[in-house]
Design a protein. Structure first.
Length: 303
């Protein structure tokens, strides 16, 4: 068995819902491909009685940690670990039970040595998975020192389909980190990468951005500037990953629309947590909810 100190881990939050099962299965498959381990995390007192794990959980207990019966959470962790070990017998699997808030439980593990990414579902009713419907999920994506990957509830429909990596690019520093992560994922999976740069008519932003040279109101000029910027953003990563086939998409659309229309359920969408221009506020308010709720496949968010 591998030395535990040398193992890198995908951290997965489970709460008993189908959504967390999809996240766990996806993470296990990715870990098996990349030689990583899977660490399964459950927060005591934040479980649901819904879904494939439902017989092993109870509904949202509210007792304080010193009064909480951890039996249900322990059974959930044992069941989830056994489930994944049966599917991937060679995979290294560990479990963690926490009394902390779900987001804090995941952040503690994310900050640990060897953590590669945090994976959660997006359609749970309570606990870790439900975090991504509201502010807790935004907090996790904003604070995690490693990438956060969100799986939609319906992701099972994409099983067995070869996916691509879709990355949103806007020239910001988080976007550059997203590009490097996206290239690495495409290289590991031996799949295509699609780089999406969305632009909108500058006239719509004239009042907010101040004086703009008249020639930049021309759509053709704006589109060409976006194409040049995209090529520059990709140039270094292309040199580092010559084996990755890259397709560029420069789209006159809102960034969220451009990404969601390009991606299929099998594709991994990669975005920075906060961007510049069109991607600004990707994790704030309605735009972030549109990406996380609208995506039919996994979404990776890099801080």
């Amino acid at each position: 068995m591998d030395d535990p100190t040398t193992t890198r881990w995908l951290i997965v939050g489970v709460d008993g819902t189908d959504s967390s099962r999809h996240a766990l299965e996806w993470a296990a498959q990715q870990a098996a491909l990349r030689g990583l381990g899977v660490r399964i995390v459950a927060a005591a007192g934040a479980l649901t009685s819904v879904g494939v794990f439902g017989a092993h959980t109870r509904v949202d207990p509210v007792a304080p940690p010193d009064e909480t019966d951890t039996g249900d959470a322990e059974r959930l962790l044992a069941y989830a670990a056994d489930w994944i070990s049966r599917l991937f017998p060679e995979l290294r699997v560990e479990t963690r039970l926490s009394y902390a808030r779900p987001v804090e439980a995941l952040l503690v593990e994310a900050a640990g040595e060897g953590s590669a990414a945090v994976v959660v579902g997006s359609r749970g009713l309570r606990g870790i998975v439900a975090a991504f419907v509201g502010s807790v999920g935004i907090e996790l994506a904003a604070r995690s020192p490693v990438p956060v990957v969100v799986l939609p509830h319906e992701h099972a429909a994409a099983h067995g389909v070869r996916g691509r990596v879709i990355v949103g690019i806007d020239g910001s520093e988080p976007s550059r980190r997203a590009v490097e992560f996206a290239f690495a994922q495409a290289a590991f999976a031996d799949t295509e990468l699609v780089a999406v740069s969305a632009w909108q008519p500058l006239v719509a932003f004239a009042a907010a951005t101040g004086p703009i040279p008249p020639e930049l109101f021309d759509d053709n000029t704006a589109a060409e500037a976006a194409r040049q910027s995209l090529a520059e953003e990709l140039s270094d990563a292309r040199l580092r990953h010559p084996e990755v086939t890259v397709h560029s998409r420069v789209v006159r659309a809102h960034p969220v629309v451009a990404l969601l229309e390009e991606a299929t359920p099998a594709d991994l969408i990669v975005v920075g947590s906060r961007g510049r221009g069109g991607f600004r506020g990707l994790l704030l308010g309605s735009v972030s909810h549109s990406v996380l709720h609208g995506a039919r496949g996994p979404v990776a968010i890099l801080r």
